[in-house]
Design a protein around this ligand. Structure first.
Ligand code: ATP
Ligand code: MG
Length: 397
């Protein structure tokens, strides 16, 4: 068993010693079965919150009324949650009633997706009441029970389905997708904080492009702050390359594509912290400047190292922008920047040719310009003079 589980094992053992049941549950069990790195190890138990607090010397009450107590063990916080059922979701976001129960099965029923309704005991035995392992095998995200009911209870689950599809590279079941398209509107009352937590994870997932397309296709994006009126930009964003970009850099690129009227205000609607808003908005601002021209010493100085690097990281991931930079470099190396830069002018041509003025002067200058740009003729008076002698000989014959 992975060390993350072994480190938390004493919690399971302490609860069992006192006659309670206790299991590892949720994401950690799922991730173990698909060989993903494990982060938070969560525990579910038949012990009531008050009992959990009595068993462990160091606890934090983060929501005893919902059954969740944080147990600090060897300096690490673990969420220990009493088995519970939930009922009466009048507002489509949280249960009116939470009832503590003593059965693991009842607790698993309230969970969102089959792959997340898995439990594991201290010996590593898996409790899989809804064939979650079949979904894991198939790379599928499907609801525990009736998807329409489950999404109506808590509308955030629709967004969670897409974020898991981004993180795991799984597909969302057709049945669930069908309901998401129908019920997307229920997301309107979900708090921006809860949406942000899921969208941040969605944006960091390995399958982010497909998940973003799904977000648009299902219409779920219409209920995300500032996304609804910016579908075209969001669509552009869904085709971007993100691989090496950190979360805030991805948001800056998003701003670039959807161009909100007021970027800081847009981020404020997502309930981001002030420092995060400042960081993202700065990268966005310099990204605009960087793409409009190139860095000047003043601009680099003003932006600061961190922002400069973030901006360049974003650009170097976008093939068309690196091409833009190549083009800028090539422009700088052009032999001339306008006809005025030619080593000869119209008067020179008149003198050399000894012919009366006419439209031929401009036409000839254009020929010379093209030859110089193509690199076939050096922008040098003598070189051009020789080329002209050749030219007049040809036109005379
Ligand atoms: P992550 O690796 O992102 O932490 P996770 O599966 O642990 O993934 P969490 O959001 O931490 O996801 O939730 C832990 C578990 O709690 C889930 O696996 C699921 O069983 C349950 N859960 C969380 N949110 C909901 C919800 N809105 N509705 C039903 N069950 C939920
Ligand atoms: Mg988790």
């Amino acid at each position: 068993m992975e060390k993350e589980f072994l480190l938390a094992m004493p919690i399971i053992e302490a609860l069992e010693t006192r006659g309670y049941e206790a299991f590892f549950v949720g994401g950690a069990v799922r991730d173990r079965l698909i060989g993903r790195p494990i982060h938070d190890v969560d525990i579910a138990t038949s012990a009531a919150p008050g009992d959990i607090q009595k068993v462990f010397p160091k606890t934090i009450d983060v929501g005893a009324e919902h059954g969740t107590i944080i147990v600090i063990h060897s300096g690490h916080p673990y969420e220990v949650t009493t088995f519970r059922t939930e009922s009466g979701y009048a507002d489509h976001r949280r249960p009116d009633r939470v009832t503590f129960v003593t059965s693991l099965l009842e607790d698993m029923k309230r969970r969102d997706f089959k792959m997340n309704a898995l439990a594991m005991d201290k010996k590593g035995k898996i409790y899989d009441y809804f064939n979650g392992r079949e979904d894991l095998q198939a790379g599928l995200i499907s609801a525990v029970g009736n998807p329409a009911e489950r999404f109506s209870e808590d509308a955030l689950r629709m967004l969670r389905a897409l974020r898991f599809s981004s993180q795991l590279g799984f597909s969302v079941s057709e049945e669930a997708l069908y309901e998401i398209e129908k019920l997307a509107g229920l997301m309107k009352d979900i708090s921006a904080e809860r949406k942000l937590a899921e969208v941040d994870k969605l944006l960091q997932g390995k399958n982010v492009n497909a998940a973003l397309r799904l977000l648009i296709r299902t219409g779920l994006h219409e209920y995300l702050p500032g996304f609804g009126t910016r579908s075209a930009g969001l669509h552009r964003f869904s085709g971007r390359s993100f691989e090496k970009l950190e979360a805030n850099e991805r948001w800056a690129l998003l701003l670039y594509d959807i161009r909100p009227d007021d970027p800081k205000d847009f981020l404020k609607h997502w309930k981001m912290s002030g420092s995060r808003i400042a960081e993202i908005a700065a990268v966005y601002q310099y990204l605009l400047a960087r793409l409009a021209g190139s860095w000047t010493e003043e601009l680099l100085y003003e932006a600061g190292g961190k922002t400069v690097i973030s901006t360049e990281k974003i650009c170097s991931e976008q093939p068309e922008w690196s091409a833009e930079r190549d083009a800028a470099d090539r422009y700088r190396q052009l032999p001339i920047f306008s006809r005025k830069d030619l080593a000869v002018n119209g008067n020179d041509l008149l003198r050399i040719a000894g012919k009366p003025p006419g439209s031929w002067v401009s036409a000839l200058l254009g020929r010379i310009e093209a030859e110089v740009l193509a690199g076939r003729l050096q922008n040098d008076r003598e070189e051009i003079g020789r080329w002209l002698e050749n030219w007049s000989r040809k036109t005379e014959t």
